[in-house]
Design a protein around this ligand. Sequence first.
Ligand code: TYM
Length: 328
Amino acid sequence: MATRIFSGIQPTGTLHIGNYFGAIRNWAALQADHDCVYCIVDYHAITIDIDSKALRAASRAMALDLIACGIDPKRSILFIQSSVPEHTELAWILGCITSYGDLARMTQFKEKSAGRKFISAGLFSYPILQAADILLYKAQGVPVGEDQVQHLELSRRIARRFNARFGEFFPEPEPIVGRGARVMSLADPTQKMSASAGEANTIGVMEEEPSIHKKVRSAVTDTGLVAGEEMSPGVANLFEILELATELSGDSAIVEELRADFKAGKLMYSRLKEVVFDSLMGVLRPIRQRRTELEASGKVEEILAEGTKKARAIARENIARVREMVGL
Ligand code: TYM
């Protein structure tokens, strides 16, 4: 049997190029020879104060975005987390074998809770729900960006603890981290690109072309050019994005040329930015085209209903076994 893959994404409303290069394109590639389950994690989204009126639409919009990016509902299971309530049931059980200390160490909690007036218990226990998502499907591989690796370590720890306490059941899920696992913000290249850092910090996969152009043109680089000097974080990030974009188009000659110019101290950043923009649009245009077609076809509800049916069948079987093992 093929290896089971699971991954999730929050329906934040903006699928950005960090999500795409860091995770989603790997999700798509893994479909070729794995049994993939992909989830839009709306239960995770409500750990912070979100606009409830917009959430349902955002979850459906994310489904369209993912399909446009190459997630094929004929090959993979695609569904919205809250349509399979077994996720929260397993999260409760796993929460009872997870320590406060395990959760308090999570750097993402520290980042996400900093400066908030109201810090929900849900935000704190979020990594337990993430472990439940993965373990509910007994997934072995989890394609993610670098910021999720610590959560994955905790998922493995939880799996080990469950197995030691109740008997061998869950595989220990391994992160699958590829190139592009940490795309940085163009406006502040010392920070990772993140929807929660605000719109200026992200480049949306579906964002209007002139807006992307403006953001790329005004990307922070550095002030002066000295031959042989190390790259600033901003220039390194532009090269990283360029490499990721050209990897897909196969056009690596331009990257070599610009790197050589940089070494020789004669690279014009305005040129680098134009090339980054063109290459990026080369990747994004076909995705947008597919997105428009898909939306017009009106099939997303049907696709998600089918995904829910398949996901729930697996979830029900596994949760029944877990209940039995735990003595419920
Ligand atoms: P989320 O929704 O923040 O991000 C979705 C995926 O995109 C990756 N990513 C990035 N990769 C590279 N550079 C960036 N700047 C960047 N920003 C985001 C993330 O690493 C992630 O892979 N907790 C998860 C969602 C989740 C999940 C799961 C993931 C819930 N349950 C189970 C895997 C398995 C999250 O908030 O991802």
